[in-house]
Structure formats: C-alpha cells, structure tokens
Design a binder for this molecule. Sequence first.
Ligand code: ADP
Ligand code: TRP
Length: 317
Amino acid sequence: MRILTGIQPSGKLHWGNYFGAMKSMFDLQDRGENFMFIANYHAMTTVSDGKVLREATRDVALDYLACGLDTEKTVIYRQSDVPEVQELAWYLSCLTPMGLLERCHSYKDKMAHGFEATHGLFAYPVLMAADILIMNADLVPVGKDQKQHLEVTRDLAQKFNNCFGEIFKLPDAYIPESVATILGTDGQKMSKSYHNTIELFDPSVKKKVMGIVTDSTPMEEPKEPEGNSIYELYKLFATPEEVAAMAHNFRAGGYGYGTAKKELLAAYHRLFDPFKERREELSRDKDALEDILKAGAAKARAAAAPIVDKVREAVGL
Ligand code: ADP
Ligand code: TRP
C-alpha cells in the first residue's frame, strides 16, 4: 500500500496541520510505502517571493523531520524535485471539466479572502491530483477540508482510465474523525486564513493558549466539556486518563478555564519540547538537510517514472 501526503510551505505549520495531516501520516509509517512531500509548487499560488518560499520549504522539511518523519520508512521530498507532476497535471487538465473546478470550496474560499483569481489557484486541485496519482497512492492522510480535492482526484483518475486505459488507482482520503477538524483559538477551524492558529513551535504559545476564547460561565459552576475548545485541544495531547480527569473536573464545577488552559499548555510542552530540540539540532546542518531532500527526490522520481512512462505511452506521446 502506498501512503502519501503533502503540505504547502505557505506559512508556519500549526496544530491543525500536525494533527490533521502530519501525525496521521507518521502513525501509518509502518503500514506501507510512504511519501511525504513539501508542496512548494502549490504554495506559489499564494507566495510570490522566492526567498520566502525557499525558507518556508526548508522550514516544513525541518518540521516533518523533527516531529516524526522517519527517513528509513518515509520518502521526504520537495514537490518541485519531481517536475513530472507538472507534466501529469497538464494531461489531467486536458480532461478536467471547468465545472468540476468551479465547484471546489477551497477556490471559493480563497476568493472570499480577497486573493486574486489566478489560473494557478483555479487549477490547484488538478496539480494535487497529479501529486497523488503520479505515485499511485492508495491512501492520503489529510484534514476534512481536503476531502473534496480527493474526490476530484478520484474523478480525474476515473476519467483518465476510461479514456486511455486502466493506469491509475483510485485513492482514498484518510481522515480519522477525531482529527478531521482541529479548532483554533477562536473556536472556529484552525487555519492560517482565520488568524487563529497556534504554530508548532510558537514563541507565543503561552499567550495564545491563555487567550483561547471561552464563555463567561463562572469558575464555580459545572461546565460541559464536549465542544469546548480547550477540552477538544487537550484531547489531542493528553492520555485518555488525563482527558477523563479534565472532563470530570469541568462537570464537577469549581474548575476554571484558566486551570484547564494551563493543563493544555503543559501537555503541549510534553509532546513538543523534544521535537523542538530535535528541530534545533537538524537546523544546524544545512547540507545534511539538503542531502536528505536530494536522496528523497531520487527515490520519489524513481517511484514516479514507471507511471509517467505508461501515461506518456497511453496519451500518444
Ligand atoms: P491552512 O488552513 O492553515 O491554510 P493547509 O490548507 O495548508 O492549512 O493544510 C495543510 C494540511 O493540514 C491539510 O491536510 C489540511 O487538511 C490539514 N489541516 C489544516 N488545518 C486543519 C484543521 N484545523 N484541522 C484538521 N486538519 C487541518
Ligand atoms: N492541498 C493540500 C493542502 O492545502 C496540500 C497538497 C498538495 C496535498 N498536494 C497534495 C495533500 C497531495 C495531499 C496530497 O494542504
């Protein structure tokens, strides 16, 4: 089984990215052949500064490696190191109905946030389909917001197969219910676009956790934990016993949001402080990181090559 995911280097990664995509990928590392890439072509839809893109790409690579990517089990690569994805994106584009892309939420969402309506943003899901299909991936760990892109990928794979013969597998999204949508500091979905994120190695993590929006139920009163952002976030970091204890405390009353926030902060540090240390170590040796990415690129390109050959042959090139 092939498992694949990617994240755009379009800003600092946050808790939503970690639990929604990265951790699922790491949890599956023993289950198949794994590919995890940095979607730097995709990031160009919103980043138009070369230096910024290069640095952000490196940052995401460091985040992957620091937080659990095992290079013995998972191939890590920059999307742009497999330029054949652009080629495949073109072949898929020629079969992509405009209406399919017009229905995509992510595009409409970007428009609503004031981005310019570029062809790159519009065609984004086609490039994503190419990333997935070029590696013949079976399973794609992502957050719920990417589900529609996986549906587009399946549609395009099916259409291609109908037209040119059975070449592509139809991939499935992997979206565990417990991490489908991670909440941000304002109780909405955590997202860069909503300015409600807590970054993986956020220098102001304490301020952000203490600033999580809550209602004004007084300290003494019992509170329902389910749906409360602090409790929902705590579930991600804490053991089942710790989670049960927090639920009990909330329901019993006499337990304030401030105390719950401190517990969340402590649980975050327990998980992320070791990652932070590893990240600092990794970031000291730029050449070593480049070597890892180059080795990953060679493996990724080799995995893509047989599929690209078949596709070229099938389309008549
Ligand atoms: P953002 O919304 O901050 O721009 P991205 O779109 O770059 O995040 O997301 C990268 C990956 O992280 C995707 O797989 C996405 O589904 C996942 N992800 C992002 N935010 C969340 C969230 N709040 N909950 C669950 N998964 C998320
Ligand atoms: N669209 C994804 C996001 O916004 C990133 C991405 C690009 C991706 N290509 C992919 C995710 C292929 C999974 C598989 O986060």
